[in-house]
Design a protein around this ligand. Sequence first.
Ligand code: PLP
Length: 325
Amino acid sequence: MKSKISLANLPTKIEKLDRISAELGINLYIKRDDQTATEFSGNKIRKLEYALKEAIDTGCDTVITCGGIQSNHARATVAAAIKLGLKSAILLRTNEEPVVEGNYFLNKLMGADIRFCTFDEYRNSRGEIMEGIAREYKEKGHKAFIIPEGASFGIGVLGYYSCLEEIAIQEKQMGVTFNTIVVATGSGGTFAGLYLANKFHKYGKRIIGMAVCDDVEYFRNISYNISKDALEHIGESIDIEKEDMEINDRHVGIGYAISKKDELDFITDFARKEGVILDPVYTGKAMKGLYSEIMDKTIKNPGNVLFIHTGGLFGLFPKQGQFEF
Ligand SMILES: *Cc1c(COP(=O)(O)O)cnc(C)c1O
């Protein structure tokens, strides 16, 4: 297993959600990966702990990554790079002149080298654009390490592979077994890490990736490919199958980072019941999906359920005008 640089506040707490549990008639717990840090809060830092170690070990002094205009991953990468004395450049996707708010504001505040591309360019050629930025840095005497979207690549997967091992230790300490683990899925790396550790250690848990964009096939392909890569970094070989990767794409809604009124109402209701703030892009959709499927018995006999709160708070503020109270 590759080593990492320790940046996040780990282990993150696991708390029981008392009122939602009572409503659903189950035991629902939440793992506070939204509290991994402030500047690099959320799930991406667990992947970056491994990715940035790899960057430094390969002699790089610059990291380049990409994401949506409100990317939590880009913001976490910029903050972590500063912390480690690395340079960073981020490629952000937008078709319009962006409003300076949320994660994008924080990236400007931290003085990030920000480049923009359209949705089409992002879809078709973000890899080449990042290679181009890397060449620019090379001409200035730097060596850049490119981290793909969401740090969802082989090395990044190790972050949530270790997270499931962390959960296994917490289960022993708490005297609770989590039978079902649910996480929002946007670029696949978080789900893949959990899937792989569950498979490798034979924990026998049901791991559900709640998609916030795209569909089952898309995430099974990504998770499969990056899990294969991750196994090389772990130095093990096990059989993995797309068919036993449980991706649920029924709660994507109208699209990535686009909110419906009932999703925002759910976030409001949840905050008032539990004092926990979900985000509109990832955890709000995923928790709403979990809640509704337990309520209507689509998910039957889930046992003790653990929802991983993957962060995203800064992405809530740009949406505040859409909430109706
Ligand atoms: C990126 C992100 C996710 C999704 O994780 P992936 O590994 O990209 O699937 C979930 N929640 C938040 C808040 C995120 O920023």
